[in-house]
Write a protein that binds this ligand. Structure first.
Ligand code: FES
Length: 158
């Protein structure tokens, strides 16, 4: 498994910031996923070895965090929060609208590989519900008009 020089620099600095190697697991997984697109068996084995963990330890952490994935997904991963605060502010309709606009359902990916969609638990933006996250960007106080604008912006990105 070969990561970029940038990853290697980040990794070697990051492990010095924590009292134990294990503590660097989540950021390492995020950097690896950003680079590889998803956390393949090969990536998991590599990271487990580097951090002196079992592959099962790594998989258990991956399964806990919705932003981590072991399967390929779209370039822009749209995560619509459907937890309680967002639900009370209409997230079911928001999720339905995003799903209709993209033509995909939960865990689906558009044919062009540009978007994938997920319904997720709280993303920590309850005060601005209903909210969604696209990769690392948060979008809040969502309306159908706002969603159209947001999706158009991502679709137009190179
Ligand atoms: S419940 Fe949706 S962001 Fe917290």
């Amino acid at each position: 498994m070969k990561f970029s020089d940038e990853f290697e620099t980040r990794f070697s600095q990051m492990v010095t910031h924590y009292p134990t190697k294990r503590s660097a697991l989540v950021p390492t997984l995020l950097y690896a996923q950003d680079e590889a697109g998803f956390l393949s068996d090969e990536v998991i084995a590599e990271i487990a070895g580097r951090l002196e963990l079992t592959e099962l330890d790594v998989r258990n952490v991956i399964s806990y965090y919705s932003m981590l994935t072991t399967k390929p997904r779209g370039k822009y991963n749209v995560q619509v929060c459907t937890n309680i605060c967002c639900m009370l502010r209409g997230s079911d309709a928001i999720y339905g609208y995003v799903s209709k606009q993209l033509g995909i359902g939960h865990k689906g990916t558009t044919a062009d590989g540009k978007f994938s969609l997920e319904s997720v638990e709280c993303i920590g933006a309850c005060s601005w519900a209903p909210a969604m996250q696209v990769n690392y960007d948060f979008h809040e106080n969502l309306t159908n008009e706002k969603i159209d604008r947001i999706l158009e912006e991502y679709a137009a990105k190179k």
